[in-house]
Design a protein around this ligand. Structure first.
Ligand SMILES: Cc1cc2nc3c(=O)[nH]c(=O)nc-3n(C[C@H](O)[C@H](O)[C@H](O)COP(=O)(O)OP(=O)(O)OC[C@H]3O[C@@H](n4cnc5c(N)ncnc54)[C@H](O)[C@@H]3O)c2cc1C
Length: 297
């Protein structure tokens, strides 16, 4: 049995800790913030959970498998449908009712739709597995949100007695342990860094999550224009803001202004229907290995 210290209680740290526990190692986690979850946290506002932009779970991916293995109740998933996403000025993302456009897409002759598929499936990253999953209905909105998955992992770790020490920042690691910002040395046989720090240049995006008291997209799952995507989580999953809209938006460039510009263009009057909103002017997209988490974690 090894003593394994996991640094960081984001999704990567929690999954790493669960794996180490399953491998019968003695695990403990340290987290610098007061709250666990990292970029997977949510904020409750007016009865709605607002996260850091749209997160889609790869059904059958490593994260989904791990959550299913650890939980008694399966997470409730609903697929994002590409035939319900509008590429502004171009048409439906996956034009099943238009054989000519479908043929163009399949023959790789439709760069606009290709870019939109890349945007939605990998938030601009080329991830063939997620692209395929989007087209097959396996890229899903999680009813309880990304933060709900974090909660499931954390409560399982608590049940099996894996301690999570919050409010403790690691400033140095050495062969055989780590040092905290208060100079405390913690010994471990192995240190697993899951601090979310990107290797190389971080990919930064802007996000906006906004709940409206109406349904202006009338059942569409989303809109795409250039580098900006707006998903209506409430149209995709009935657990999210029933009867309303829950727009979870991302812009690869142009910041929150680019998102609001698209909303102004396509959802006139949206500002007067806002119940609550949360924005990130700049947030790192990928984990410390440069990936989205759910397929590789
Ligand atoms: C808009 C957006 C959409 C996304 N969509 C998806 C998606 O659809 N699917 C998907 O799989 N992923 C998605 N991601 C990526 C996913 O959110 C991240 O990959 C994931 O949250 C990163 O988890 P992590 O644990 O590696 O890092 P983080 O969540 O950043 O967690 C790191 C933790 O380590 C702690 N920490 C840092 N330094 C120290 C230290 N020195 N000492 C102690 N603790 C420390 C931090 O406080 C934090 O809690 C998306 C991200 C964004 C921004």
């Amino acid at each position: 049995m090894k003593r394994v210290l996991v640094v960081g209680a984001g999704i990567h740290g929690l999954v790493t800790a669960a794996r180490e526990h399953i491998a019968k190692n003695q695990v403990f986690i340290v987290e610098k913030r007061k709250r666990i979850g990292g970029r997977g946290t949510s904020e409750e506002s007016f009865g709605h959970q607002l996260e850091h932009g749209p997160h889609l779970l790869l059904k059958g991916g490593e994260l989904h498998k791990m959550v299913k293995k650890l939980s008694k109740v399966k997470p409730s998933l609903r697929p994002l449908r590409p035939n319900k996403i509008l590429v502004v000025g171009h048409g439906i993302l996956y034009p099943v009712n238009n054989p000519k456009e479908m043929l163009n897409l399949k023959m790789g002759r439709d760069q606009v739709r290709e870019n939109a598929l890349r945007l939605i499936s990998g938030w601009g990253q080329d991830i063939p597995e997620r692209r395929k999953a989007l087209l097959k209905g396996r890229l899903c909105v999680v009813g309880e949100g990304w933060a709900g998955l974090i909660g499931r992992l954390a409560s399982t770790l608590e049940e099996v007695g894996v301690p999570i020490q919050t409010g403790m920042k690691i400033t140095e690691s050495y062969e055989g342990g780590v040092v905290t910002s208060k100079g405390l040395k913690i010994e471990a046989d192995e240190v697993r860094m899951c601090d979310g720090a990107p290797v190389g240049d971080a990919i930064k995006v802007a996000t906006l999550d906004v709940v409206l008291d109406n349904r202006p997209l009338k059942g569409l799952h989303g809109l795409v224009k250039g580098d900006v995507a707006i998903l209506d989580l409430a149209a995709i999953h009935s657990k999210k803001a029933p009867g309303m809209s829950h727009f979870s938006c991302i812009a690869l460039s142009g910041g929150v202004d680019a998102i609001e510009e698209l909303l102004d263009e396509r959802v006139s009057g949206w500002r007067s229907h806002i119940i609550t909103k949360r924005e990130n002017k700049s947030i790192t997209l990928t984990d410390s290995r440069g990936h989205l988490s759910d397929g590789v974690i």
